[in-house]
Design a protein around this ligand. Structure first.
Ligand code: NAP
Length: 405
């Protein structure tokens, strides 16, 4: 594995990255299948950078430890050195990390997002021709989900049923606020702020304006959770009005008219969005959601266009970003050279776009589309594709490189 600091750090000034020809980019290999996936992904990235630049640019990959590998080698799930390196180099890419359920270490992914204040989880969902999908017209879904990444029930304010914290909170809720609660209830808190909601929605609107997308839909469950999810909707409309006045228009104001080059801002209740994205996907473009809704929605959308194995993602803040696939460690396939590396490879596409290396990103997409068309694909796609040949993780990466042209 390349392990070098003989490169130049990416810097950030006045809201933009300054990217040298030899950027140092830290990577976390990831647990489980992460090892196989990273090897394959790095190969595809290096080939694309070399080809796009004629050898004048290269990425200097810098491995940082997290998860099981970090625990084995450094005695910590998330070593201080990793946090320092990620902070110093600003843009990184990671494989999946194990999160034990119920007890043990808190989610490393959540910790990383909070450390760098990576407040937007961005997940583009589109179909690639040839990918088997469970719906008749997967090509109709082409959305980018902006999920708030730091608040909501993911804030980690949660107490076990038997804890003294839960007992104290129950007491306050029942005696001071007359809330109705079962004794011994566990307590989780769902904080959602005006600041957090507005900056997420603003980022989604800015993206829609930059990429000439027609609409931003605020997804919420405000009919039930009026003061959290309902406020997310209200703050979202306010952000549109205050920060993007003449460049946005609400669906209500539009009343079926022509928005011109303005982005239409609308809102939908979360449960209805799940059915709408299946039945009328073309009516949606950019979606802005609170944390938990966005988590569910992005997996559902990924499945609709052919599955988790190829769903990319990014966690983005102001001047910091970590790119990662949507899927987890899929431990039963660890070290079998079997799993689909597409999720991390397409997350790399997002990373190169974010850094302004669009030529590299386009080449990887071209290679990926070609590999899918060749029907020499990993097990997950092969089992659903007629006439396909199942190939290993590494062979699929080779196929992508070959198809770059
Ligand atoms: P998962 O690892 O995403 O795997 C669930 C299933 O999805 C797999 O068994 C496999 O389906 C399919 N799949 C996942 N990745 C794939 C790929 N690259 N190619 C093809 N198929 C793929 O979800 P999980 O089993 O719920 O979670 C395992 C661990 O990962 C947990 O500790 C969880 O906390 C963690 N996790 C981490 C992250 C992250 O680091 N960002 C995200 C999610 C979960 P088949 O069995 O049908 O082949």
């Amino acid at each position: 594995m390349t392990q070098s600091t003989q490169g130049t750090p990416v810097t950030y000034r006045d809201g933009s990255y300054i990217v040298p020809d030899d950027p140092i980019i830290p990577f976390i290999e990831g647990d489980g299948t992460g090892r196989d996936i990273w090897r394959a992904s790095q190969k595809a990235f290096d080939a694309a950078v070399a080809k796009a630049s004629g050898g004048t640019r290269r990425v200097v990959w810098l491995e940082v430890l997290a998860g099981e590998k970090a625990f084995k080698e450094a005695g910590s799930w998330l070593p201080e050195a990793t946090l320092e390196t990620l902070t110093k180099y600003r843009v990184a890419i990671k494989g999946p990390l194990t999160t034990p359920v119920g007890a043990g270490i808190r989610s490393l992914n959540v910790a990383l997002r909070q450390l760098l204040d990576l407040y937007a989880c961005v997940r583009p969902v589109r179909w690639f021709e040839g990918v088997p999908a469970p719906v008749k017209r997967p090509q109709d879904l082409n959305v980018v989900i902006f999920r708030e990444n730091t608040e909501d029930v993911y804030a980690g304010i949660e107490y076990a049923a038997t804890s003294k914290e839960a007992a104290r909170l129950r007491e306050i809720l029942v005696s001071d606020f007359k809330a109705k609660l079962r004794e011994q209830s566990a307590i989780g808190i769902k904080p959602m702020s005006e600041f957090g909601s507005k900056r997420l929605v603003a980022r989604a609107i800015q993206y829609a304006l930059d990429k000439r997308k027609p609409s931003v839909t605020l997804v919420h469950k405000g009919n039930i959770m009026k003061f959290t999810e309902g406020a997310f909707r209200d703050w979202g409309y306010q952000a549109a009005r205050e920060r993007f006045g003449g460049r946005t228009i609400t669906e209500a104001e539009l009343a079926g008219g022509d928005p011109g080059d303005r982005v239409v801002v609308k809102d939908r209740i979360a449960d209805s969005v799940f059915q709408q994205l299946l039945l009328r996907p073309r009516e949606y473009s950019v979606l802005a959601t609170p944390n938990l809704n966005g988590d569910y929605l992005s997996d559902a959308c990924a499945a609709q266009v052919g599955g988790l194995g190829i769903a990319p993602g990014a966690n983005i803040g102001d001047g910091y970003a970590i790119f990662e696939a949507t899927h987890g460690t899929a431990p039963k396939y660890a070290d079998l050279d079997k799993i689909n590396p597409g999720g991390v490879i397409l997350s790399g596409v997002m990373m190169f776009e974010h850094l302004g290396w669009e030529d590299v990103a386009e080449l990887i997409v071209r290679g990926f589309e070609g590999a899918i068309r060749s029907r020499r694909v990993t097990y997950d796609l092969a089992r659903q594709t007629e006439g396909a040949t199942e190939v290993s993780t590494s062979a699929f990466a080779d196929q992508i490189v070959e198809c770059m042209g």
